[in-house]
Write a protein that binds this ligand. Sequence first.
Ligand code: NAI
Length: 453
Amino acid sequence: MMYDLIILGGGPAGYLAAERAAGDGLSVTLIEKTALGGECLNRGCVPTKTLLNSAKIFDYSKHGKDYGVHFENAVFNHGEVLARKDKVVKRLVTGIKAALKALNVRIVEGEGQIIGKTDGFNVKVGEDIYAGKNLIIATGSIPAIPPIPGLEEALKSGLAVTNREMLEIKEIPEKLAIIGGGVIGLEFASYFNSAGSDVTVIEMLPYIAGATDRGISDILLKTYAKRGIDFKLDAKVTGITKDGVEYVQNGEKQSIAADRVLVSIGRRPNTAGIGLESLGVETSRGAIVTDEFCRTNIPGVYASGDVNGKSMLAHTAYREAEVAIKHILGKRDYMRYNAIPAVIYTNPEVAGVGETEESAKEKGIDYIKSEVSMMYSGRYVAENTEYNGICKVLVEKKTGKIIGVHLIGSYASEIIISGAMMIECEMRVSDVKELVFPHPTVSEIIREAIFKL
Ligand code: NAI
């Protein structure tokens, strides 16, 4: 049978593409080799948020007396946290499967290999060949493993792990070393710091949290340093031994002891061995090259999600899936990457969208900024005891358009969508001044920042 669409990979890009396509009447086959939901649902976004929520509850218990609530005997049970995580993941994966089945999507469990084009695009799974008029490649990404001496042995022995295994370890490490102070490194640092590990983050840049606005990442660093996380910045890891990690900082060779090492130095598109060469799909540094419609260089072949290397976030993947389906259906839509929010689920949460001060300067954008303490929000003050949150809004001087919104503080992950909408809709300061924010909410902080301009 010739399907309208074959999708390779059942993560956020793949399963959402299947849902949208089938919802619009296309016949769809979705091929997935491990579990529906991909890295996000099984080994990333969702399980880590489950863990971090337990850590947050435990953190509250430690400071309960500041709120007039005493939890003298709070116990953190990592095993029970993991069991709950497994239940949450199972429930959501089951939900996706049921939704796809209800839409008559054919789900094929197995590893797919693109083998070329005859009447349609052919993908082989075991002995079976599936043919489709269109193909979406949504094979995601895998952890990047740097060529650090001793790392390969450490990964084999289990001393070193990636995010995948880190979510399964049964014991809280006594001394946890994290290589890479990006999103994955910081979220795990946050969890294990709350759970009682002695955490060290080794980062090669002079700052943490990558592309996050620097003013915000500095606050995050100070907050976690105060809670006991040791940050080694501007540090180059030179080796991993059975006792820990060796690195060079300020020209000096140093080492730290660790009974677990997390490697979180980034991810790379998962394009090797999936048969791209059989169609001649163009790649650049391992990522599939796509345009604003998520088309590859081969008509009828699309690539959505981490595999195109543009913005490795599950919510970008969702949108790229929708854009690819719209293009297949002949409906007009295209990717706009300038208003995609980014969140780090630490406690306090960090969220940002649009230009940071650093990116605006680099692009030569003439901007003005407003930065206010979260203390301007009544709800924030009512619900916190540590008042270091801020909101920063960047505005293009010439036009008054909002070009960046950045937050550190409670609910930042939930509030940032309003900033994304302002940027996506090209709103100006005068437009936002006319919006009504509910009171008392932390979201009012954006209004406060805007009125200071
Ligand atoms: P990342 O790119 O966020 O951070 C990697 C960090 O490692 C960078 O700060 C980099 O400078 C550093 N680094 C690279 N090589 C190093 C070395 N040899 N020694 C020390 N430091 C080194 O990558 P991460 O944290 O692995 O996350 C991977 C992807 O997953 C990202 O694209 C991220 O957006 C996505 N993700 C998103 C989440 C969210 O939206 N909350 C949560 C988890 C992952």
